[in-house]
Design a protein around this ligand. Sequence first.
Ligand SMILES: Cc1ncc(COP(=O)(O)O)c(C=O)c1O
Length: 383
Amino acid sequence: MSLFNVYPLNPIAIIKAAGSRVWDDKGQEYLDMYGGHAVISIGHTQPHWVKRIEDQLHAIAFYSNSVVMPIQEELATALNNISGKKDFQLFLCNSGAEANENALKLASFHTGRKRIVAFKKAFHGRTSLAVAATDNPSIVAPVNETDNIIFLPFNDIAALQNCFAEQGTSIAAVIIEGIQGVAGIYEADDAFLQAIRKCCDDFGAVYIADSVQCGYGRSGQFFAHDHAGVSADIYSMAKGMGNGFPIGGILIAPHIQAKFGMLGTTFGGNPLACAAALAVIEVMQQDHLIKAAEEKGNYLINALKNTEGVKAVRGRGLMIGFEMEAGLEDLRKVLLNDFKIFTGEAKPNVIRLLPSLAISMEDINLFLTGLNKAIQVLKQKKD
Ligand SMILES: Cc1ncc(COP(=O)(O)O)c(C=O)c1O
C-alpha cells in the first residue's frame, strides 16, 4: 500500500534525534532550526521527557475520560502556574486544529451566536471550522465553506471596530494568532489585541488566542498574546505542548461554564500525553526556557538584521522569519543540502526559524556561520 501523497517531501529519512540535532539513515547529522515545525520545545528525546513517558507507560497508558485521572488535574495545575492564567479551566485534545475547533464551538455554545471574526492570512488548522477560519481557499473543501466567518485585515483597528459596530451582536468570537506563523511571521500589534479585547467585552464576544504555534514560551512569554497585556477568554495550544507527543488543549476563562457533553474526545488527555506535557513544563521551569527563548531570540534576530543579504527580519523570541534579497531565493535549499541545516519556510519567500527553546548558543552560532557561508555560495553563483 502506498502513502496518500499529500506532503511534498525532502528525500531525507530522519531516524534519530537528540537536542537540536537529527540524523538520517546514512548517519548524516543535521542542525534542526525548524523543530519539526515548532513542535520540539525542550529538545528532541530530552532525557526527563523520555523517562516521564517511559514510567507512565509502565503504569497506565490509556483509559477513557469516564473516570477521574489525577494526572490531568496535575497538568491543569502546572498549566495554571506556568501560564499565569490562574482560574482558567483546561480541556484536553490531540492537535492544534482540534483545539481551535473546540474553542470556536465553545464560543458559539457560550454566546448562542454563529459568526466568527478571523484575519487575512490566518492559519487555524484543517478541520471543518478551523479550516473555514483559515484564509487559504485552496485547503477549504466545499463542505467546509460557510458564511459564518468574517475575514478582516490583520492589525486594522478601524476595520475591526466597524465590523463590531455593524454586526457585533451576532459575533460569537474573534480568533487570532499572536504571531501569524504560516503567513510568514507577522506579529499582532499590542494595540490591535487590546482593541479585540475591548470589542469582545463591549459586545459579549469571546476572544480566542490561537497559541498553537506562537504559544508555549516560544515568543519569550508563555503566550505571545501576553505581550499586549490583555487576557484572552480561550487560549488554544498544541505544538510545543508535548515536545512531539501528540497533545493539544484549550485554557478556558472561569466565566465560561462547562456542561456535560458539551465537548468530548476519546484520546484527549490520556495519561501518556499528560505525562509528556508535564515533563515539558517541568523542564521549561527548571531550565528557565521561556527566558532563554527571549534572550536567544534577541541575539538571533540582531545577528540576522546585521547579516548581508537579509532583507527583512520579523518575530519574537524563537519564532523568527526572514526574507532574502533577490538572487538568494535558493538559500533554504543550500542550507539543507550543503550545510545540513533544517529551516522552515513560508511561501513565497520567508525562511522560518522555530528551533527548540533549549537550543545552545553554540548551535545558534553554528547556524549563523552556516547561513553566512551559504549566502556567500549563492552570491558567488550570482556574480
Ligand atoms: C497557528 C496554528 N493554529 C493551528 C494549527 C493546526 O495545528 P495541527 O496541525 O496540530 O492541527 C497550526 C499548525 O501549523 C498553526 O500554526
